[in-house]
Each structure stands twice: as C-alpha cells, then as structure tokens.
Design a protein around this ligand. Structure first.
Ligand SMILES: O=S(=O)(CCO)c1ccc(-c2ccc(C3CCCC3)c([C@@H]3C[C@@H]3c3ccccn3)c2)cc1
Length: 239
C-alpha cells in the first residue's frame, strides 16, 4: 500500500499519533475525569468555533493480553459491533491493504445533537524497537478522518460528519517466568494508551456533549478491553 495516494498521510499521522500517545499527562493542562481500577481518563477542555472538541487521553493496564491482540481486535471490522455499542452501521468503503481500511460509520443519535457519521481510514502497524529482542512489543491502530468518493456527500446526507483522529497504542510487557518456563498469559501485561480528538462537525450543546463524553468513554474502554481479554484468554498468545 506504499503507493496508495493516502499512504503519505497515513504514515505521517500514524507516527505523529504514536509520538503524541507517548507524551505523559503531567504537563499540558490535562484534567483527570474518570478513574476505575487501572484505567485513568484525562481530557483538555477545548472549543473550536464554539464547538466542544475536548481532546481525550486514556491510559489502562490490562493483564493477560498482548499489545498485538489488543490492536488486532480494535482494528478488526468483523468484531466491531461486538464491543462498539454506539454504532448503528459500519461499512468498509475500501480495503487499501491488509493493514489499512476505509470505514464509513453511522453513530447512534446522541440527544439533543443531530445524528453523526464518521468517514475515516484505519491503519494498524507494529512499532519496531531495537530493544525488543524477541519481536515488536508495541502496536498502534490510528483512525483519521478522510474524504472518499464512495461516501455520500455530507451535504445532502442525513448525518453531520464528525472529524476525528484516534489512536490505540498498546505495549506488551512480558515478565519472564521462573527457571525458563514457557511464557503464559499470567506473565503478560498490556499498557494501553487511547487518544481521541473528535470535532462534532456541527452544532452540539457543549454541556450535553461533555456529559456524553464523560459517560461514553469510560464505558467504551472498559467494554473493549474486557472483550479482548475474554476473546484471548483460552487462545494461544499472539505476540
Ligand atoms: O475509537 S473509535 O475510532 C472506534 C471505532 O468506532 C471512535 C470512537 C468514538 C467515536 C465517536 C463518534 C461520534 C461521537 C459524538 C460526537 C457528537 C455526537 C456523537 C462520539 C462521542 C464522544 C462520544 C463517544 C465516546 C466513546 C464512544 C462513543 N461515543 C464518539 C468515533 C470513533
């Protein structure tokens, strides 16, 4: 897919998001707004043209799965409706390559805002790291809004199109078992960083939208990570 017209942007945005995900939440005005077990969610209150576009950064630690497994399930369209409860419809408009798809998603209406859709490319890749003696430990999925000639023009379409950039960055930590025993899921920990910037694309009441964000993001990340744990627990480890 290196010669696809989107490739330059996919490569640039994915690497930018990888860097952004690695930045801590110590500086830069992040407010914690949810904390449940190992999951911590931060946001920055930001409005563009009077619209709430609060950037979100979530960190989570999940035992018993690898970063590859977490990103595989986040990327995989076949299982999305299993964990994404706010979707009404999901269509793949283009399969750019094995690791890059273009989605059109229609999200359930969030009262009192008008219903939204999202048109974005989704790219998955492992992040090579010289220190990883036995294979890459970090994986990323990046979702970024794009135009596509197979998508309805949002003008005469029923839905307001959101503008989004999302990344799911997952790092595997293997705690080597005693006396050279085989690695089991008990030795695995996955460090998850999820970042999202969503411009609602049209008017939406700030207070209502912030209430939706506060409710939906923790629910989404808990449900998704639990789903992956359940899917993987009785399967061979995918490093
Ligand atoms: O991580 S993903 O790429 C996973 C693939 O689906 C992704 C996650 C979330 C969205 C999303 C799209 C629209 C809206 C709103 C904006 C105005 C009215 C609808 C929201 C609001 C933030 C709240 C929300 C948060 C989490 C889950 C669902 N809802 C979120 C899109 C993609």
């Amino acid at each position: 897919s290196e010669n696809h017209p989107l490739w330059t942007e996919i490569d640039r945005v994915t690497l930018e998001q990888l860097h952004y995900a690695k930045l801590g939440v110590g500086e830069g005005g992040w407010d914690i707004f949810a904390e449940e077990g190992e999951m911590r969610m931060y946001k920055r209150e930001q409005e563009i043209d009077g619209r709430v576009v609060d950037p979100l950064k979530a960190v989570h630690t999940v035992k018993g799965v690898t970063g590859h497994e977490m990103c595989h399930y986040f990327f995989n369209p076949d299982v999305r409706m299993e964990w994404e409860t706010t979707l009404e419809q999901m269509t793949i408009l283009e399969s750019v390559s094995e690791d890059t798809l273009v989605f059109l998603q229609i999200h359930k209406r969030v009262w009192p805002a008008a219903q939204r859709d999202a048109l974005f490319w989704s790219h998955i890749r492992s992040v090579p790291d010289a220190r990883d003696s036995d294979g890459p430990r970090t994986w990323i999925v990046c979702n970024h809004s794009t135009d596509h000639d197979k998508a309805p023009e949002c003008k005469n379409g029923k839905y307001i199109r959101v503008d989004l950039t999302v990344c799911m960055v997952c790092q595997t930590i293997v705690e080597p078992p005693k006396n050279g025993a085989e690695v089991t899921r008990d030795n695995l920990t996955c460090k998850v960083t999820y970042c999202s910037e969503i411009n609602p694309g049209g008017w939406a009441p700030a207070a209502a939208l912030r209430a939706v964000y506060k409710r939906e993001y923790p629910k989404f990340l808990k449900k998704f990570t639990h789903y992956v744990y359940e899917q993987c627990k009785n399967k061979p480890i995918l490093f």
